[in-house]
Ligand binder design. Sequence first.
Ligand code: KIV
Ligand code: ZN
Length: 385
Amino acid sequence: MQKVKIFDTTLRDGEQSAGVNLNKSEKLEIARQLERLNVDIIEAGFPAASPGDLASVKEIARTIKGASVTGLARAVITDIDAAWEALKDGAEPRLHTFIATSPIHRQYKLKQTKEQVIETAVQTVKYAASKFSVVQWSAEDACRTELPFLAEIIEEVIKAGARVINIPDTVGYINPEEYGAVFDYLFENVPSIGKVELSTHCHDDLGLAVANSLAAVKHGARQVEGTINGIGERAGNTSLEELAVALHIRKDYFNLETGLNLQEISRTSSLISKLTGMPVPPNKAVVGRNAFAHESGIHQDGVLKEKTTYEIISPELVGFQNNSLVLGKHSGRHAFRNRLQELGLSVPEEDIKRLFGVFKDLADRKKEMTDEDLVAIVLEERLSK
Ligand code: KIV
Ligand code: ZN
């Protein structure tokens, strides 16, 4: 089965989440956990952004041996020099440099013509390739760029020495079918495309980041960029844990695998939530508190009979202990009886129906029934006898 590389940018794009600021030791702790998760590449920061970020990237590049470490640089020589200073002691110094290519960015942000953008990109890629072992080049706002121009600039930066070409959906604008077609177009229209690896980098403004990334791999991308818990600029980036589990569960469809140690997912998610101060929403796929919780009687009954009736991912796969049957007003008698047994409360079968009625009355008034509620129901019943 072919492999998809995982490029983790939790420490760079993820740290661009509003209100998040990680210090050096926090970044190092996260990088160590990403190494245990077995990501292929860690984007540790943006060295030109601040002396603190440069120091963090340097420390991570020196320490981490189980993954390549990279840093971001604009198409500016001083940015590339700062990144070199941070990364030169790493095992395989790797740079990620970018320039915007879309008409909106060219006109309003860069104030450069197409020709000038190509020239800047080529010069900076050549400069970077004279220092770094691997240069990755990104076309910022690629998905709002004219396709012929995108193909033209990619051909030029490949000739200048780029080894990985990233196609970011910087503003989370595209949809899966269109994004897949962008990759098809590049494979057909960039003569040197066979010399490089294509990468996907999606933002979640329309809630499509994971779906778009999956479309990209279906159309030939072999590197996926994203963050743990999907944190990142605005609505965030592709959730790497969702993407990796989707590829794993639907191997039959994608026929691709990541090298991630999936059992480290829950630990990685909790650590990042704790250190960034960004809680994981309860209904978040794969890592949310409710991702393996079953509430309705029909589902609980099914899961008690055979887990796979309502569970496509086993909680153990991603490092959780087990699923949970949350008792509430939608729960059925089967789950109620089961929980009483788990709590060691022996209740004769003829009493279950009546106690279940008491349980339903109380559940109507409460959001979630706790084990203490169940104990109280049983003890009250015993006292009233
Ligand atoms: O979203 C984006 O375009 C980026 C680039 C710097 C790759 O984060
Ligand atoms: Zn981004």
